[in-house]
Design a protein around this ligand. Structure first.
Ligand code: M6R
Length: 364
């Protein structure tokens, strides 16, 4: 049942404020001021390292989480693509927990990576949407994301719910490891709790995303740029666009622009920049100027402050509500999804069942 939406993907994008709220209710204390994750299997004080392994969009959630764990909890994190990890057979140092992220819980490579870590890692953790799945069953502790059934092949609500569970884990790690004061933690938790409302405000701007997407639909190629915590989201934005609109898209860390992709810039290739006005915004402004100086068209997704500061030459601006920089990757996921969705609709592709793709990749 698409609940009045044209596609399951549209429904699942729209559901995010509600399902993310559900996840928060499960993982926060009743007053919302504490993380209710007191399982002894989740004691980050006894760990020296975390290894995150996944495929596709779940892998991008892991890449984002690396920034969170390292910044707030001072815990070193390795992130790997499951198909690489399983055959590379890397050494697993002592006091390492391995965490596998999978919507379906049945992805063949992720499951094989988990089995490889069995007996090597201190702890096998997973973040899943399917609680009865193989990955959930074979881990020491499986954390559900509470996203509800996701039917669209392009992952949307599972991604943001994976992110929020990962962020809460990082904040718990910060508490376990004494890396944050109680006041700092309370402040960050309040930023997390504000997400459903901020997502609703973003979704209300759907029409602006649709108009911008009508122009994106004319392109054959697109580049996505982001810095810091928004870099993995540039990768995710590019993946989403190529999966359902079949437009060739690549995501890059903004700082890599000069190291190759700038050679591609012309009027034909829009450059989508995801950049809240955070500590790195000035750097992103220079990247945008480099693009515009070469005739490139910049589509900037930013907040009000960013829009004021960005250069006049920006082709299209989409404004997202202000938020704490820590939660920006979760909020900015919505613009990435909306752009891909409306572009695919404008192109008339099969949004929920894109060609050649399966919802669950249970074979290599
Ligand atoms: O079920 P999983 O989360 O393990 O699936 C991983 C990927 O196959 C999945 O995220 C894929 O990249 C999606 N089609 C992305 O939209």
């Amino acid at each position: 049942d698409k609940a009045g939406h044209k596609h399951f993907m549209a429904k699942e994008i729209a559901e995010q404020p509600v399902v993310l709220g559900d996840a928060l209710r499960h993982y926060l204390s009743d007053d919302g001021r504490n993380i209710a994750l007191d399982d002894p299997k989740l004691d980050f004080a006894s760990l020296d390292r975390l290894t995150l392994v996944a495929c596709g969009t779940a892998y991008y959630a892991c890449l984002t989480a690396k920034y969170w764990f390292e910044q707030v909890a001072n815990l070193p994190v390795d992130v790997d693509i499951a198909s690489e990890f399983r055959y590379r057979e890397p050494p697993v140092p002592p006091r390492t927990a391995a965490l596998f992220v999978s919507q379906s819980g049945e992805t063949a490579d992720t499951l094989a990576a988990l089995r490889y870590c069995n007996g090597r890692a201190e702890r096998l953790l997973s973040i899943v949407n399917a609680n009865e799945s193989s990955i959930a069953r074979e881990s020491d502790l499986a954390l559900p994301i509470y996203a509800g059934t996701e039917i669209g092949v392009a992952s949307t609500k599972a991604f943001t719910c994976q992110l929020v569970v990962l962020l809460l884990l990082a904040l718990k790690a910060a508490r376990d490891r004494g890396a944050m004061t109680e006041d700092q933690l309370a402040d960050k938790l309040s930023a997390v709790r504000s997400l459903p409302a901020l997502m609703n405000l973003t979704l209300e701007r759907g029409e602006e995303f649709r108009r911008a997407s009508n122009h994106l639909a004319e392109a054959d190629h697109a580049l996505f740029l982001g810095r810091g915590m928004l870099y993995p989201l540039a990768l995710e934005g590019a993946l989403k666009l190529k999966e359902i609109s079949y437009i060739h898209a690549e995501g890059y860390a903004s700082g890599e622009l000069k190291h190759g992709p700038i050679a591609l810039i012309d009027q034909q290739m829009p450059v989508v920049v995801m950049a809240p006005r955070d500590a790195l915004f000035d750097k992103t402004v220079s990247n945008m100027q480099e693009v515009m100086a070469r005739g490139g068209k910049v589509l900037l997704v930013t907040d009000r402050g960013g829009a004021e500061e960005a250069d006049d030459g920006v082709w299209w601006q989409l404004i997202v509500p202000d938020c704490d920089p820590l939660v920006a990757p979760i909020l900015y996921a919505l613009p990435a999804q909306l752009l891909a969705y409306h572009t695919a609709v404008a192109k008339g592709t099969d949004v929920d069942q894109p060609r050649n793709l399966a919802k669950s990749v249970t074979v290599e």
